[in-house]
Design a protein around this ligand. Structure first.
Ligand code: UDP
Ligand code: MG
Length: 313
């Protein structure tokens, strides 16, 4: 008998958990053929919720002690930590990660499982067909994000791909072998390799509750995506510095020649101030880039745990 583990990170999701559980159970019951010979287990992660999320987990676990497990953090550690904790607590031969708000439709699970069992793929990912129902500014920013990241990063991030995916145990073990503290899952999934294909689905509204992401957090997330998987910004800083040095050497010659031939090198102080400001700005910008990397190194060298578990079942 094989087992499929469903990893579900939850942060203040009291209203959505039971809807999720019932929907998944129904999908499994309705697709008995696809789930033939495959047990399932849930690994819910309570990411430091301040509402009744943990209580819902406890109730589900009491009612279904064999299939429902949960890990509860001592505070909010973020979705990436939740995913990691969930993956670490799975025992299944196949592992799916999904959101609890039904924006990752469980109806795809039977198809994903069947495809994975053909041994043609190690991972069945999902992507949204469009971003219908999302504010224009958000979809615009996300499009720009993907195009920048994919240009400068060593890993490719598929636009509109969700974290929602079904993986083999082998791929999960590869992901768990990556020790970094800065965990950008979309990049990690891609970095470990393996044969992956994507199913498309239509954008789904949240079953209940509200999104936890603000535009600012998404911006922060984009910076992480770039810094965690690429050193191109550092190279850009080096290149810019080199270019400006070269330009200044040329301008030194221009000034000297002007002094020698025309004897009027003092004119143009306004342009001089502008150039000083420009160079100061570029220096700060480059320092910021370097600072971002140093900040990441600082976090990595502390070797702090990725999360702290307060309760698990
Ligand atoms: N989530 C989490 N920790 C956080 C924020 C979100 O575990 O700090 C979970 C959340 O409960 C949900 C999933 O991550 O299951 C996706 O979050 P959300 O639906 O808010 O994001 P969106 O779908 O709007 O991108
Ligand atoms: Mg969501």
């Amino acid at each position: 008998m094989k087992t499929i583990s469903l990893v579900v990170p939850c942060y203040n999701e009291e209203p959505t958990i039971e809807i999720f559980y019932n929907t998944v159970e129904k999908v499994i019951a309705d697709n008995a053929a696809a789930f033939e010979g495959v047990d399932h287990e849930y690994v819910f992660v309570n990411d430091g919720s301040s509402d009744g999320t943990l209580n819902v987990f406890r109730q589900l676990n009491t009612a279904h002690p064999d299939t429902v497990h949960y890990v509860s953090f001592s505070r909010n550690f973020g979705k990436e930590a939740g995913l990691l904790a969930g993956l670490q607590h799975t025992t299944g031969d196949y592992v799916a990660v999904m959101d609890v708000d039904l924006q990752d439709p469980p109806e795809l699970l039977p198809k994903m499982l069947t495809m994975l069992q053909t041994d043609e793929y190690d991972c069945i990912g999902t992507m949204r067909e469009d971003r219908a129902g999302e504010p224009f500014i958000r979809s615009f920013l996300s499009r720009s994000f993907y195009s920048v990241v994919n240009k400068i990063s060593k890993v490719q991030i598929i636009p509109n791909a969700r974290d929602y995916r079904l993986m083999t145990r082998q791929m999960v073990d590869a992901i768990l072998a990556m020790p970094e503290a800065n965990r950008f899952s979309k990049g990690i999934f891609n970095w470990v390799g393996f044969r992956t294909t994507y199913l498309k689905f239509e954008n789904q509204p949240r079953s209940a509750g509200e999104t936890h992401w603000s535009i600012w957090q998404l911006f922060d997330y984009s910076i992480d995506a770039i810094v965690d998987f690429s050193d191109v910004p550092l190279k850009i800083a080096t290149f810019t510095g080199g270019l400006l040095s070269f330009a200044s050497i040329i301008s030194i010659f221009v000034v000297i020649i002007r002094k020698l031939i025309f004897n009027n090198s003092a004119s143009g102080w306004a342009s001089l101030v502008t150039i000083l400001l420009l160079i100061g700005g570029i220096q700060l910008f480059c320092l910021g880039i370097i600072g971002n990397y140093i900040g990441k190194i600082y976090i990595e060298t502390k070797h702090r745990p990725h999360y702290i578990v307060q309760e698990e079942k």
